[in-house]
Ligand binder design. Structure first.
Ligand SMILES: C[S@@+](CC[C@H](N)C(=O)[O-])C[C@H]1O[C@@H](n2cnc3c(N)ncnc32)[C@H](O)[C@@H]1O
Length: 247
């Protein structure tokens, strides 16, 4: 079975980062939205029939359709090492001519190589209505959430490599201290390298990528970089607005 998310705080996260916009009557594309949990949050004001979800996890798309029959769930059979290893590389986003007031992507480009993220973000900017906003998250490797003592990179290294000792983990984190970005490619820590050659065999250790906020801003100079908010206290957000926003 392909991936089904257990996250349920997506609406609160984006509502805060986008400063509580008027969602009523607005078209929303949840890119990598999985089963569409952003719709089911008790405070969600997104209209079901104005909601589109595009995801590479076929089982999530089937389940999402069943849970929200008036919404639009579209399977995107694009290759992703972790989530759709049998998919086709470089497939265009299946938006079918639609345009959106909001495009959201929570923890999607945290699992996508940098060149692919840049290409997909450019395509997603192209499907925004005038005044529309694209909000997507990323990990800063050295960010420590307020209620934690562990930076993002250390947190994920511990999860991917449970056998590593504390000095070994600290040594790995140190390797990235002056780097602008790094990737955990199927368990291998790559510094300023996508590590695509590591993406073979069992995708058990997945793919995770981390950027310093300053470097992320240099990739998307027209984007606004925001610090993490609950309930995803490890995820920074980048917001790109097309033209003048009416909120
Ligand atoms: C960590 S999960 C996050 C899911 C959901 N956004 C959430 O907050 O629970 C990453 C999601 O991105 C999807 N995904 C990965 N690569 C994708 C791509 N190129 N296009 C669309 N979805 C993608 C995965 O199938 C998965 O559902």
């Amino acid at each position: 079975m392909s991936f089904i998310t257990s996250n349920d705080g997506q609406f609160g996260y984006f509502d805060t980062q986008l400063r509580s916009p008027n969602w009523k009557g607005k078209s929303v594309l949840d890119f990598g939205g999985n089963i569409g949990n952003v719709l089911r949050h008790p405070r969600s004001r997104i209209d079901e029939d104005r909601y589109w979800c595009i995801d590479v996890s076929v089982d999530a798309i089937v389940a999402g359709k069943r849970l929200a029959p008036e919404a639009h769930f579209i399977f995107y059979d694009r290759y992703n090492f972790e989530y759709n290893p049998a998919g086709q590389p470089d497939l265009a986003i299946p938006v079918n001519g639609n345009r959106f007031d909001f495009v959201l992507a929570l923890s999607v480009f945290t699992h996508t190589p940098k060149t692919e993220m840049i290409e997909l973000v450019s395509s997603l900017e192209g499907v925004l209505n005038e005044g529309g906003r694209l909000a997507f998250t990323f990990f800063d490797p050295h960010y420590v959430p307020p209620d934690s003592q562990v930076c993002n990179l250390k947190y994920y290294l511990k999860r991917k490599w449970p056998g590593l000792t504390k000095p070994e983990i600290d040594g790995q984190v140190e390797r990235t201290r002056r780097a602008s970005w790094c990737a955990l490619a199927n368990g291998e820590l790559e510094v300023e390298d996508e590590g695509l050659d590591k993406l073979r065999g069992d995708p058990g250790k997945g793919y995770l990528v981390f950027y310093s906020p300053g470097y992320f801003k240099s990739l998307f100079p027209h984007g606004e970089i925001l610090s993490p908010v609950n309930p995803f206290p490890r995820q920074h957000c980048c917001i790109i607005t097309k033209g003048k926003s009416d909120g």
